[in-house]
Structures are given as C-alpha cells and as structure tokens.
Design a protein. Structure first.
Lengths: 512, 231, 326
C-alpha cells in the first residue's frame, strides 16, 4: 500500500520535473527538423566538453587524497574545515571570480609573491583559469561526497582489515577502491554537468571568445538575437550531453556492497610515516586553496560594510525566505525520489540529474512565455522562484540522499516491513533519524544555492522586489564596487550561515 | 495450522517446492545444505519474497496477498534485528506500535519483556552498547511482545557460542510455549534440531520436505542429508 | 509558520493603489535601482501626472528588447526606456512601437532624429584608466602597439561590447580585423557584461577598461576621487545613445505621451548626469554639475545610424570572433 503510494508519488514528481524542464523548450519553438550545429556552435561544444571534462577529472582526482586525509585524521579545526568545504560552491559566480583573482590574478597575492621571488608574472586567463575556478568551486563538493563515501564504510570493515593486518595499500585495494568505484563516477558526473552550463566564469576567466560555452551561445540567442528556437535547440543539446554523461557514469559505477554496520565508532586506520606527511600536505594544500580566495572575498567586502544601504536588509530577508521555501520543496522531492531509487529503479536518478544541465535562462524564458498570457509575471515571482530553485537544486539533494537512502533500504527494509513500519511511522522513526546527516547537508546546500540564485527571479520580479544577489548586481551596475563587495560578503555570510545551520542540525541529530 | 499449499519458489535458475502442513504450537527445525533455499522458504512464508505459485495459509486464511507486517508472523533475522539509532526500548516499542505511540501500559509491557529475557534496565541503551547475545535477547523480547502465532527464526543465534546458544534456544522454547506459537527455525546444527525441535523439515534437491520426526530423520538420513551431515 | 507567511506577504506584496491610473515603464535594472535616476524621476513625474509611475526592470539594455519581444502586445508597459540606439532597427522592426510625436531638437553632438525613438541621454565609449598611467594611448593603434592590458565586454552579451565593435568598425572600416588582431594580446579577458569588467579593472586586473568618458565623473563627484581618467582617442569616440519609445498597444497612451514630454524637461534631464553618469539629451539651463567639465571631449563623435549598425553587426562580430579566437 505505502510502497505503491511512494512509487506513484515518485513517478508523479519525476514526470513533473521532466515536464518542467522540457515544456519550456517547446514553448520556445523547439524544432528537431534538420538538427545541426553551426561552426561557431561546434567550437563552443568542443570547448564546453573539454573544459567540463578537465574540471571534473581534476576536481575528483584532487579530492580523493583530501577526503582520505579528512576521513582518517583528527585534528583541531577539522569540523570547521569540513563545514567550510561547502562555502566555495555557494559563492555567486562573479564574487568568486573576483576572490580568485585577488589571489591568482595579474595583481593577485600569488603573483606578488612570485614577482618578489624574481619570477616574471603569470596569467591564469585561458583554459587554466576556467579549470582553476571550476576546481575551486567543485573540488570541495567532491571532497564532501567522497568523505561521505568513506564515512559510509562500516567501522567493522576497517576492524576486519586491521585484524587481518592489511597494509595501507591492501586497504586501498579491498575497501577504499570499491568505495571509490561506487562514489567517483557520480561525483565526476555532477561536476561535469555543472561545468557544462558554466558561462560567466568560463567567459570571464577564459580570456576571450575562445572560451565560449554553449550556455553563452544560448544567452546570445535569447538576449541579442531573440532566436528562441536556437536557444531551445542548444538547451536540448545540453540535456542530451547530461543524459549521455549520466549513462556513462552509471555504467562505470559499481555498488561496493559493504553492507551494514552497527553504528560503531571508528573510521579508517591512520597510518604513520610518509602517509601522515602526505595527509598533512593534502589538507594544508586544500585548506589554503579554498581559504585564500574566501579570505579575499572577506577582505574585499569588509571596507564597505558600514556603507551598506538599508535596502539590503529587506532584500536579505526576501532571499532567506526564498531559500527556505525552495529548500523545503527540494529536499522533500529529493527524499521521495531517493527512496524510490533505493528500490532499484533508474528513472528517479535520471529525472533528478537532468536539472543540472538546465539553463535557468531558457527555463525562465519558457515559463514566462507559457504563463504570461494568463498571469501577471510579477504576481508569480515567488512560486516560480520556489519551484525553479527547488528543481535546479534537486540534483544535489538527490545525490546526497540517494546512497544513504539505498543502504537504509537494503539494510532495514525487511525489518521495517516485518514490523509494519510504513508511512509516517517509518519516516519519523527510521528514515529521518537514519538520514539526518545527509538531509542536513542536502538542506544546507540547497538553501545556500537558493540564496545565491538569481537566474529566474530577475525575469519575473516586479518593482522593488530585489533579492540580495540582484542587489549586488545593481550596486555593481551603479559603480559601487566596494559596497557591492560588502553586499556580496553579506550574501555569502548568510548563505553560509544557512548551510552551517542545516548541516550542523543534521549532524547533531544523527549523533544524538 | 500453517499450510504451504503447492508452493513453488523460483529465483533465476533456482527452484524450490513445498506442500505440507504444520500444527499450531509445532516446533520445526529447517535443515539442509547451504544454498538449498532454507532462508528463501522463510522469506516467502514471512512475506518478504513472493512465491511463483501456490499459497501460504494460516488457519484457512490465505496469507499470500498480505504484506509482511499484516501476517500473523514474527521473523527474527540473522542480523539487523534492531535499528542502531533507536534505544532498545524503542526497538521493542516498534513491535507494539510502528509509530511509537506508546501508552503507560505499553511501557510496562516492554519492561516486563526485557525482564523476561534478562535485560532488565537495558531499555535506554543503544544496540551497539549491547553484546551479541544481548542483542538476540532484545529481538526475542520483541517477538514476545508481538505474540504472533508463527515465529520464524532465520539462524539468529548462529554467531553465539554453544552455551549462549543453548540458553537462547531454551528461551525460545519457553516463549513459544507461553504463546503457543508455531516455530520454524533454520539451523545448521543437528544438535539444535534435536534439542529444540521435535520435527524437522529437510530442504534439499529443490524440495522442502514435509516435517518429520527429528530423531528418526537424523538416525536414518536420506542421502542428501547424510552428505550434508558428513557421515 | 504563520509569521513566516505574514512576513513573506509583507515582503513580496506589491503596493496596492486604488483608482489612480498606472503608467508602466519597462526599463533596465540600473536605471530603476536605488542609485539610478528611477526613484527621483518617479517622485517628480508623479507630482505632475496624478498617476502611479511603476518601473519594471530587466537586466540591461540588451535584455530589454528581448523581454519586450517575449511580452509582445500583451505587455503592461506603455513606455520602454533604455534601448541602445544600436538596437533600434530591430526594435522598430517588431512593429510594437508607435511614433513618439514629440517636437523639438536635442543637444546630441550628432543629428539624431528618429520618429519612433526619443533619446534621453548619451555618452561616449572610452577606455578608462588610472590617472597615474604614463602616456595613455591616443588611438587604437597606439593601444595595440603598447603592453597595456585591457578588459572589454563581449559584444554577444552586452551593449558596451557591441558599442566597441561598432566603434572599431566605424573608425577603421575594412581595417577593423587588423586592429582587432593587434589588440588581441592586450585583451586580458572578455566579460559578459559591464559590471564584471569594471569590477576587474578596479581590482587591478587590467590597466584599462572599456567604459564611458563620463565614468571618471562618478569617482570624482560621488567619491571625491580623481584617480580615474578616460583616454582620448584621435579617431573619435563611438557614442551610446539611450532612447525611449511608446508602445503601440500602450494601455495608457495619454500618460505615455506625457512621460515622453517630461523626459525632455529640465527636471528629468538634470537628474540624469549624477545618477546615470551620462550626458543629458537636453542640456539643462544650469549646465552640467561641477566635475563634468574635467571630462575629456572627443574631437569626433562616431555613431552609425540604426540601419547601418544593424547591417554592420553580423560581419563585425565575425571579424571580432575570428581575430580573437586565434
């Protein structure tokens, strides 16, 4: 009964998500006849794929040693570092770019040091800059995903390994290898698809039109050429690439089948010697790489803090409300789809991955065309923003919840079924407590992402309904770069506070 | 009366049939080589896995369309009998009310069940703080609380030492007598069968045979059983 | 939860006005922002029109036309304000605009007489640099020959970027590809919009940024900072002319006319310089605010007509792409 209800709800939600993503393409006049790409579009496609693949590959490769070091070492500030891992990902694009440039730019700290040492200055603009920024954004996300994988290995397996006298390389081969085989393709997939739709970062750091992505071509088609069918065609191309990447990742990924533990304490063994040195280096490098640009964002923002105009507070409140509403919706849908996916179905995962490839501009424009004949756009700003933010962040909620929902099902479904734990009772006593940690993490991430998003509300918002990201943009547009940096710092602080609050709640709840 | 009515279970190439009855209060050991389908048989009776054809009946009622929880059955698994994040008392409470809305009387019953299995005062602890034997006792205490007429035991004591195991079997016997339950217990150990179950169901060669007298079966084992027992 | 809902309503509910006619003006975001001309203009116009002036804002001038095309004749707006003159050919081709019917000449340095689109302000594109920069380049050729680093905007996503494209084209014609090839090694990067480029410039990532001759006026007047200057180019400076137009399907055609007339008045025009940081289309009697006199004055004002700009864009864009993609 309840199983059927779950199935039906999940199917309904998956269909709604796909419909929400694809109907706007129809509204833009998508035509599949003679689907071909111009020379410029092909070049954009090549660059898009290349930078996304590089960014994804480097992010996960760098993330593995960092995640392993975090999994097996205990040190002061470890918790804070893990929490801070969420921060780069939620930075608004241009804020992060300016932060990165303060460190790695022509006039940045690294170049200053470099020059002081007598070297000639280097430039990061080009493919290297694009990849650097994407790694900065996404490597921490990969670390969190992989760290979750490490933490999901039952302590019993490591005890067994210890009792059998496994060397670190044997542990790598027999325990960590299978875990990585399961986790890495998913992490790489998510990052690949995120980078697929990159545009502000790719263009700004790409150094020129060589770094044109498909998303920029979409932007141009929608805003300058008003060629809606072209925009729809390119948006469909992005979905196609996402679907192909999904299939490839699913093929590569193998379940590790570690089974269940008894919630005993104890992580992977912490070998000494050069392993310890490598771990220290990995953590130091990652912390510096993430912290310096963040520090730059803080330093850029502090001077104008006192000059913040009064409007920021109303905008901040509006952004927080939008974030909370979107979070509730996204996490609820993500949980339902993750639970359905845990029952061995493939479609929830696909439905929950596609939004990664969605262009928010295409989505917003399509919805605008669909809704505008019947409603005043401004009257729909709030619900549309909730729904779009929730949909666009669904992939993250789902990715975080799905593995643990799956082990929960494998490990405790029979027991739950035999006790008649269904519906509310199962949610209250099994699902929520067992999934508190990923739920907190997912809610934190979604809330922070929704704070930063302005893709769609800009299309629908009426007079005086600015959100904080829109306000940052307005300040920049009015030459007030310093105050804009402060408003951005406020935005980042609030996003991070939301992220931290949810994440912390999840971990505390799980530990209690 | 438990009735397995022309039951056919298939799972890929695997096939198992069963067609027999067992009386209320019967105690039956389920024995046979590894991979013969002992646990699968219990899964089908317990409602976790659907048979290809045939029916499972209790006192004439067809259980086949019912979900696991609706059946008059309690299953004690090999492991994962307790939720690690809930206390022992909550784990027991789930046996009374799946949404844990417990009355004063329920709490008293939980306390009594814990006393009954020798876990007095352990209610507030989490499973990880209990030994393996104590965890088995907690699972049995919940079975006692549920008091369903059929009790399926899927090798729950396999990991326990001989003394602990026989103590558990004794506990199961007492509980079964108190509730007059029909017990099916999967075991590897002929001694368990002899000490606990007057009847034994041999699962071998794709057939779950009708239960027969345990001593007779073990004295004159058919070839499959002889091979398994190693004599 | 109830309080959250109430708070949400308070934050999101549009202000209700009964019986007063509403004039909707579609414009770009920085016009209506707290620091733009919008608020002062709204107060001033509402004092004389007996109406409620409501600005709806979209991202920037480029997005404005796209938004209008999306809304079509269903738009609530009666006036569209903020189109760039480089885009008016396409705007009038939509057939969504009506002639403005306003009389009187404007004070633009070139003849700008369009029956549909009425200019309200204008400026010259220019490369802005730190005042301490020694020997700022005096032409694109000097810039190309120098080691100076510049940040520009992408002509595919921003109006200044498009302006630069047409600047090079109108100054150099067939030599434009050669100029771009020469500039390629000076360009640090190309940003999607003006804000990112200007932000990178103020962060020290480039020696010069494509902006306006009037940009230093902001720093001078609003911040008392004379550290920014604009480089004067001998080949002349391309203009950006910002225009407004009345929609054929305007729900409030009378108020629309009244607004377009108001746009030419002293009140409106004197708000422009220190909010939009552009030159007013009609010089106020009191002249420009102090500080504007320190801005450079190009010897030659370049501007393509709407049709020329429309015709030149595709080829100029191809030249730009191929020169910079190498």
């Amino acid at each position: 009964m309840a199983e059927r209800a779950l199935s039906l709800t999940a199917a309904g939600l998956a269909a709604a998500v796909i419909l929400l993503l694809l109907t706007p393409l129809g509204a833009l006049g998508l035509s599949l006849r003679g689907f071909s790409l111009s020379g410029a579009e092909l070049a954009a496609l090549r660059f898009t794929l290349w930078q996304a693949a590089l960014s994804a590959g480097i992010s996960v490769i760098l993330a593995v040693p960092v995640a392993r070091a975090l999994a097996r070492r205990r040190f002061f500030g470890r918790g804070a570092l893990i929490a801070t891992l969420g921060a780069p990902f939620i930075l608004p694009g241009i804020v992060a770019v300016l932060g990165l440039l303060s460190v790695f730019g022509r006039a940045g700290w690294v170049n200053a040091l470099w020059g002081a040492l007598g070297f000639s200055p280097f430039s990061i603009y080009g493919l290297s800059g694009v990849v650097l920024a994407h790694v900065f954004f996404n490597m921490p996300l990969a670390v969190r995903m992989i760290l979750h994988g490490w933490q999901a290995i039952p302590a019993e397996r490591f005890r067994l390994a210890a009792s059998l006298g496994f060397s670190p390389s044997a542990i790598r081969r027999h325990i960590e290898g299978p875990m990585l085989r399961e986790v890495l393709p998913g992490a790489a997939l998510v990052i690949f698809v995120i980078c697929l739709t990159s545009f502000v970062v790719a263009l700004t750091l790409g150094g020129g039109p060589r770094a044109t992505t498909i998303e920029l071509a979409i932007y141009q088609a929608l805003r300058f050429d008003f060629n809606l069918p072209t925009a729809a065609r390119l948006a469909l191309l992005q979905f196609g690439l996402c679907a192909i990447a999904y299939v490839v990742a699913t093929r590569i990924s193998l379940p590790s089948g570690f089974g269940v533990g008894a919630d005993r304490q104890g992580g992977p063994p912490a070998p000494t010697g050069w392993h310890r040195i490598a771990d220290v280096l990995a953590i130091t490098f990652a912390a510096m790489f993430l912290a310096l640009p963040l520090l730059a964002v803080v330093l850029n923002g502090l001077p104008g803090m006192l000059a913040l105009p009064s409007q920021v507070w109303a905008a901040a409140l509006r952004s927080i409300l939008i974030a909370l509403g979107s979070t509730g919706l996204s996490v609820a849908v993500g949980l339902v789809l993750a639970m359905a996916a845990a029952r061995g179905r493939g479609w929830p995962a696909l439905a929950a991955t596609l939004p990664l490839a969605a262009s928010s501009l295409v989505l917003g424009t399509g919805l605008f065309l669909i809704l505008q004949p019947y409603f005043r756009p401004a009257s729909l700003a709030l619900p549309v923003t909730f729904i779009i933010n929730a949909t666009l962040s669904l992939p993250f909620a789902f990715r975080i919840l799905a593995p643990e929902a799956c082990s929960l099902y494998v490990d405790y479904n029979r027991l739950s079924a035999s006790l008649g734990l269904t519906g509310w009772g199962r949610l209250r006593w099994v699902v929520l407590p067992r999934l508190a940690r990923p739920l907190g993490f997912a809610a934190g991430l979604v809330a922070a992402l929704s704070m930063g998003d302005l893709g769609v509300i800009a299309l629908f918002a009426g007079e005086g309904e600015a959100t904080l990201p829109l306000l940052v943009q307005r300040l920049m547009g009015a030459y007030r770069m310093e105050v804009a940096a402060s408003a951005a710092l406020l935005l980042v602080s609030l996003s991070f506070a939301l992220f931290w609050a949810f994440d912390h709640w999840g971990r505390r709840y799980a530990a209690s | 009366m438990l009735h397995l009515d022309r039951l056919t279970i298939t799972q890929g190439d695997f096939r198992l049939t069963a067609d027999w009855q067992a009386a209320k209060g019967a105690r039956i050991a389920v024995i046979g080589p590894s991979g013969a389908g002992k646990s699968t048989l219990l899964s089908v009776i317990g409602g976790f896995f659907a048979a290809h054809s045939g029916r499972v009946l209790w006192d004439g009622t067809d259980l086949t369309p019912m979900g696991a929880a609706a059946r008059p059955i309690t299953t004690v698994f090999q492991d994962q009998n307790l939720f690690p994040h809930l206390t022992i008392a909550q784990n027991l409470g789930l046996g009374i009310s799946p949404d844990l809305r417990l009355t004063k009387g329920d709490h008293a019953a939980i306390g009594a069940a814990l006393d009954r299995v020798g876990l007095s005062g352990m209610g507030p602890r989490k499973p990880a703080q209990l030994s393996g034997g104590q965890q088995s006792r907690a699972a049995l205490a919940r079975a006692l609380l549920r008091a369903r007429p059929i009790l399926l035991l899927d090798e729950p004591f396999a990991a326990l030492g001989p003394a602990l195991k026989s103590e558990m079997l004794g506990l199961v016997s007492t509980l079964a007598e108190e509730t007059d339950a029909c017990v099916l217990m999967v075991t590897h150990d002929p001694q368990d069968a002899l000490s606990f179950a007057p009847l034994t169901c041999l699962v071998a060669g794709g057939v779950a045979h009708a239960p027969q007298s345990t001593p007779d079966l073990l004295q004159n084992p058919p070839p499959e059983l002889a091979a398994y027992l190693g004599n | 939860m109830k309080y959250l809902t109430l708070a949400a309503l308070a934050v999101f509910a549009p202000a209700a006005h009964a019986e007063t006619p509403v004039l909707n003006v579609l414009t770009y975001d920085s016009f209506t922002s707290e620091w733009g001309p919008g608020p002062a203009i709204e107060t001033a116009f509402e004092a004389i029109c007996g109406c409620d002036l409501v600005f709806s804002a979209v991202g920037d001038g480029a997005e404005l036309l796209a938004r209008l095309q999306l809304e079509g004749a269903r738009s609530d707006a009666s006036v569209v304000l903020g189109l760039d003159s480089n885009m008016t050919a396409r705007a009038s081709a939509t057939g969504l605009f009506a002639p403005h019917g306003q009389e009187g000449a404007n004070d633009l340095p070139v003849t700008f007489d369009d029956p549909i689109f009425l200019p309200y302000d204008w400026g010259y594109f220019a490369f802005v640099h730190d005042s301490k920069l020694p020997d700022p380049p005096k032409s694109f050729e000097e810039l190309a020959a120098s080691d100076l680093k510049i940040v520009i905007q992408d002509p595919r996503s921003s109006t200044p970027g498009l302006g630069l494209l047409l600047w090079v084209k109108s100054a150099y014609g067939a030599r434009a590809p050669e100029i771009w090839a020469g500039l390629a090694d000076n360009i640090v990067t190309v940003t999607p919009g003006w804000s990112e480029a200007y932000g990178m410039f103020t962060a020290g990532e480039a020696d010069m940024v494509l902006s306006y001759t009037t940009s230093p006026a902001y720093h001078l007047i609003a911040e008392g900072d004379n550290s920014k200057s604009a480089a004067l180019f001998e080949e002349g400076h391309y203009m950006q002319v910002e225009v407004a137009g009345k929609l054929a399907a305007a729900p409030e055609p009378g108020l629309a006319d009244q607004f377009l007339t108001f746009m030419g008045t002293e009140t409106f025009q004197s708000i422009i310089p220190t909010t939009n940081w552009m030159y007013p289309a009609h010089m106020p009697a009191a002249g420009l605010p102090d500080g504007f006199d320190q801005m450079i004055t190009p010897q030659k004002a370049l501007l393509m007509t709407a049709d020329e700009a429309h015709a030149a864009r595709t080829q100029a864009l191809d030249e730009w792409l191929s020169a910079l993609s190498r």
